[in-house]
Design a protein around this ligand. Structure first.
Ligand SMILES: [Zn+2]
Ligand SMILES: [Zn+2]
Length: 893
């Protein structure tokens, strides 16, 4: 067993290799005659039937799976082939999860298929699955290699990870022998790899923090890595390595790569986008020179900006070796690369937007905006002649069977609208960028990652735009190799860690029985633990804060409960005072728990109203208007809704009207425990609006009209107006503003809180009316009148002051040296002094008032120094202030 000292990948690799028989050798290797070898180049150990010096890694073996006549098979069709094999071998096929990772709040997007089943609670990873073993066509978004997309022949920002997963071995599921047996059979029988060409490299997989890790076997053939079979076998906690009770097989098949291998195209883009390109060909503004491109594709794989030191030099060197002129490269190959990038980026946008992420300047939306702008640039620069919408429409219909949500997004016009608005924004933003880039090139400015980011963010200048303009002008600018590195947002959401309980709850405490889901508000409960102001009971009617809903309020034994939180199933009540030493709260005693029902009904009304507003927003604003957050408190609530513009008053009114129309004609609220698959099939992924977590059995909150028409369904753990629909009564939006780019907040009140709000507003108006001696509905007219009167009076006052200043100035302008006290405010002093020097430019004027404020102005022809003049004329007293030769102002201390 591995000890817990110095856990690192090289160390684990070494440890596993030492005992390869245990960690890597599977039954199939014996049956088929695989033996273990060491690669002369990378020193990795691998398994192969035939003797070889090197492993099949693409960095030291050329691709050898291209076909003269590539196989013709569609994306969905190939998935069926893949799925059939695994279904015949006992796997259940489940549908893809959304690409926006709402159930994993630490990630913006889904980046791996295993993520579908991972559940993190209190920092610990668990798994939730409804079939075992299973396969899933999970679309994933990753933005780490943007510049490589379209160029290397294998990089994408969206790709399907065809997940093959087996959980909880040895209690359920299969393990290494069966995994590699399936792997071998799929590769040799379905993909058509000759068994002599197949190589398994030994490797190690680990979570970034090594909390879980295990050996992995990478399958290689024809110079391409086909898949990595990961065996999550160990956990590493508190410096200890332990074998996991439930081991997991995680095989994430890179579907694009498989399809590429199977079809034998020169690059993965032609394999994946084959039918899209064929369909769009008549519209294309460029002629694709496939022959020339093929020549280039053979070497393109080596152009990975992440791995190549000097990309430009490498590029030239590759062109030379492939016998392609630079002119041909620029004119015939680059447009193809651009087209491939646009196809990839569009697919990514299509998935992102369909699942409710919008291009913006924050979070995951930021990456969507970058690729959208990159795609727009390419279409323009290379005159591709097609629009993002054209491509999206085509892709949505091709992928419909696997991802039906895409078509909805395109059909509703939603996708198109988002793209158009973003396009307008970008064009406006770019008006300046031409000039900015000219200036950079003229200065030959050195551009580092930070500067590129600033240019992108504040001037909308795309780094590739700078690069291309510089290349056109033959100017060499110093730039980072991977120009997007400083700009792109990583996969992980930077957020605060979930806080743990404020009190150390003893281990082994039973989970608290939740009475609130049965709408109970009173109980006699046993105290299981109490310390300070914290109390844990065996059962409680108190709803703990969660899902944006504030905690219930009320009393335990007559003592006020000020907070309720749930940690790992244990509900902790916080009381207003310490209970140490109180008999009522000693271990085992029974307390009376009483929830304040008035407050609970306010929370319930706000929660059900939130679901209604969310449904109305999607109906009125569009399908992209996903809920991005919500908070329900006793007095008011808010919901954050995705939208690319600020909501107009008309839109807000329409939402408000829709919800109230539902309420007036009557709604029915139900809670149903449903199977995940069933719920998704029936209501779509919109059930995850409120960030509900997909699980085998889900608590669904359903809202229908009284006549049974569907309004909303969401996976939600909150309390709702079940059998208390009338408590929602009505909703009123009280404010709405842009929370940040792409998200609007709507503040609202419902039920009793709405009445309270109207009453408070009404009372304030009434008081104001009384003060203004007016009627409350004529208050605006009254204020307008008062304002006009004020204006008039101000004007009169100003005229009066002018006249007064004029008068005073005239009486003092005779003398060349004025030193006078006039008891008026400082601005008047200034006015008078200004007028005096206007009348007599040879005068130096010092004016002061009784408060000791001083103003001094030296006339043009006086030859005097104002500041000096002040100091000379105030005697021994101190002048606090400042000034110059012409003008001084301040106070005499
Ligand atoms: Zn090697
Ligand atoms: Zn909810």
């Amino acid at each position: 067993m591995i000890d817990g000292k110095d856990i690192s990948k090289p160390r684990l690799r070494e440890e596993f290799a030492k005992n390869a028989k245990e960690h890597y050798k599977v039954q199939l290797f014996d049956d088929q005659g695989f033996s273990r070898h060491t690669c002369k180049i990378c020193k990795k150990s691998f398994w192969s039937i035939v003797d070889r010096d090197t492993c099949e890694d693409s960095s030291h073996t050329e691709y050898s799976f291209f076909r003269d006549k590539p196989r013709n098979i569609g994306y969905v069709e190939f998935w069926k082939k893949f799925a059939d094999f695994f279904k015949e071998n006992g796997h259940t096929e489940i549908s893809s999860y959304p690409v926006v990772s709402r159930w994993r709040q630490d990630l913006y997007f889904t980046i791996a298929s295993i993520q579908d089943f991972q559940r993190i609670e209190n920092g610990k990873m668990g798994f939730e699955y409804n079939s075992n073993p299973l396969i899933v066509p999970q679309m994933c978004l990753r933005f780490g290699d943007i510049e490589n997309v379209g160029v290397t022949g294998r990089h994408f920002t969206s790709f399907m990870m065809a997940g093959q997963h087996s959980f909880n071995y040895p209690k359920e599921g299969y393990w290494k022998d069966r995994t590699i047996e399936l792997n071998y059979n799929f590769l040799t029988k379905v993909l058509g790899v000759k068994k002599e060409d197949l190589v398994y490299n030994e490797d190690v997989w680990a979570m970034p923090d090594f909390s879980e890790f295990g050996p992995s076997l990478e399958s290689f053939a024809g110079g391409s890595e086909l898949v990595n079979s990961v065996f999550t076998q160990f956990e590493y906690i508190d410096g200890q390595v332990k074998e996991l009770d439930g081991k997991v097989v995680d095989v994430g098949w890179g579907f694009e790569r498989l399809l590429w291998f199977y079809t034998g195209h020169e690059d993965a883009y032609d394999a994946v986008f084959d039918s899209t390109i064929k369909k769009l060909k008549p519209k294309l503004g460029v002629e694709l020179d496939t022959k020339l491109f093929k020549k280039f594709a053979k070497v393109a794989g080596e152009l990975d900006v992440d791995e190549v030191k000097n990309a430009r030099q490498k590029e030239l060197q590759l062109l030379k070796s492939a016998g392609i002129t630079i002119e041909d490269y620029e004119k015939k190959i680059k447009p193809s690369q651009a087209l491939y990038a646009v196809l990839d980026h569009t697919r990514t946008l299509l998935f992102g937007i369909a699942y409710g992420s919008l291009p913006s300047n924050i979070g995951g939306g930021y990456n969507l905006r970058i690729i959208l702008r990159r795609a727009l640039d390419f279409i323009e620069r290379y005159n591709l002649g097609i629009s993002i919408q054209d491509i999206a429409e085509q892709q949505a219909s091709e992928l419909h069977e696997l991802y039906p949500e895409l078509k909805d997004s395109v059909k509703s016009g939603d996708f198109s609208e988002v793209i158009e608005i973003e396009k307008k924004r970008y064009i406006k933003n770019r008006e300046n960028s031409g000039r900015v880039v000219e200036a950079i090139i003229e200065r030959k400015e050195k551009l580092d990652a930070k500067r590129l980011r600033t240019l992108y963010e504040s001037d909308g200048v795309n780094p590739e735009f700078i690069k291309s303009v510089a290349a056109e002008k033959n100017v060499k600018l110093e730039m980072p190799e991977n120009i997007y590195e400083g700009i792109i947002v990583g996969d992980l959401v930077k957020k605060e860690k979930q806080k743990g309980p404020e009190v150390a709850v003893p281990a082994g405490l039973a989970e608290t029985k939740q009475l609130y889901y049965d709408f109970e508000s009173d109980s006699r409960s046993k105290v299981l633990f109490s310390k300070g102001a914290y109390v844990v009971l065996d059962k409680t009617p108190f709803y703990p804060e969660g899902g944006g809903q504030a905690a219930d309020q009320g009393t335990l034994c007559g003592m006020r409960v000020i907070d309720v939180q749930k940690y790992n199933g244990i509900i902790v009540h916080t009381l207003e005072r310490q209970v140490d030493g109180l008999k009522e709260f000693s271990h085992g005693s029974v307390v009376e728990a009483k929830v304040d029902l008035g407050i609970r009904y306010r929370l319930i009304a706000h929660h059900t109203a939130t679901h209604l507003i969310s449904a109305a927003a999607r109906k009125i604003i569009g399908k992209h208007a996903w809920q991005e957050g919500a908070k329900k408190e006793p007095d008011k609530a808010h919901i954050d809704v995705a939208h690319f513009e600020r909501f107009s008053d008309a839109q807000l009114n329409a939402i408000e009207d829709q919800v109230n129309a539902w309420l007036r004609s009557g709604i029915k609220v139900q809670v149903k425990i449903a199977d995940r698959g069933e719920a998704e099939a029936r209501y779509g992924f919109e059930i995850y609006q409120g960030h509900g977590v997909p699980s085998k059995r889900m608590r669904l909150v359903l809202i229908e009209s009284k006549k049974g028409e569907f309004i909303d369904a969401e996976a939600c753990g909150g309390l709702h107006a079940v059998n208390a629909e009338s408590s929602v009564a009505l909703i009123k939006i009280i404010d709405s503003y842009r929370l940040h780019d792409g998200i609007n907040r709507i503040e609202f009140v419902a039920g009793q809180a709405a009445l309270d709000r109207f009453r408070a507003v009404g009372n304030t108006l009434l008081q104001a009316a009384q003060k203004l001696n007016s009627d409350q509905f004529k208050i605006i007219e009254r204020i307008t009148l008062t304002e006009e009167e004020n204006k008039r009076m101000k004007k009169q006052l100003q005229e009066f002051r002018e006249a007064m200043a004029e008068q005073a100035a005239k009486s003092l302008a005779e003398s060349d040296k004025v030193n006078q006290e006039i008891d008026v405010p400082r601005d008047m002093l200034r006015m008078i002094a200004t007028k005096i020097v206007a009348l007599n430019s040879a005068a130096v004027v010092l004016l002061k008032n009784r408060a000791g404020e001083v103003v001094c102005i030296a006339g043009e022809k006086s030859g005097a120094d104002a500041l000096k003049f002040v100091k000379e004329n105030i005697g021994a007293r101190k002048f606090v202030g400042g000034g110059s030769q012409k003008f001084a102002e301040g106070k005499i201390a």
